[in-house]
Design a protein around this ligand. Structure first.
Ligand code: RTP
Ligand code: MG
Length: 148
């Protein structure tokens, strides 16, 4: 089953949006298979955002993503990579549609609440950067057994 890497950025953690964001993906029907609150090192930040190394905002991006704890997650489900990106909304919250996470909670491009992998190859790369193999759990939901 397809997996993606999603992360509540330091602004989202500081603003108590972890629960709201997790709830959106749970209610959609995706399955959480890995999660942890963590402080990103400079080295991990530079590696994770390596594709933006030459961009003028790279320094700010690394400073911001290491400025406080993030909530790193692995989610699983059909088309979860592209659907999660749709649920996040456009990179710049000013262009993000209402109803999307960035459209509902963000204002500026630098503090846009959430990160999500943008392709199958970046999902594999980012899950590998943030999670050990044993931290990603394979399981099925046994809904009725827990409710009854
Ligand atoms: P992300 O990687 O964080 O999920 O965001 P994204 O794919 O939607 O956007 P991307 O192009 O990968 O940019 C990464 C992050 O860099 C910041 N950014 N700042 N000042 C600027 O013009 C600018 N452009 C991008 C954003 O925080 C963006 O999420
Ligand atoms: Mg990106």
């Amino acid at each position: 089953m397809e997996k993606t890497f999603l992360m509540v950025k330091p602004d989202g953690v500081q603003r108590n949006l972890i629960g709201e964001i997790v709830a959106r993906f749970e209610k959609k029907g995706f399955q959480l298979v890995g999660a942890k609150l963590m402080q990103i090192s400079n080295e991990l930040a530079e590696n994770h955002y390596g594709e933006h190394k030459e961009r003028p905002f790279f320094g700010e991006l690394v400073d911001f993503i290491t400025s406080g704890p993030v909530f790193a997650m692995v989610w699983e489900g059909e088309n979860v990579i592209s659907t999660a990106r749709q649920m996040m909304g456009a990179t710049n919250p000013k262009d993000a549609a209402p109803g999307t996470i960035r459209g509902d909670f963000g204002i500026t491009v630098g503090k846009n609440v959430i990160h999500g992998s943008d392709s199958p190859s970046s999902a594999v790369r980012e899950i590998g950067l943030f999670f050990k193999q044993e931290e990603v759990v394979e399981y099925s939901k046994l809904m009725n057994e827990w409710i009854n």
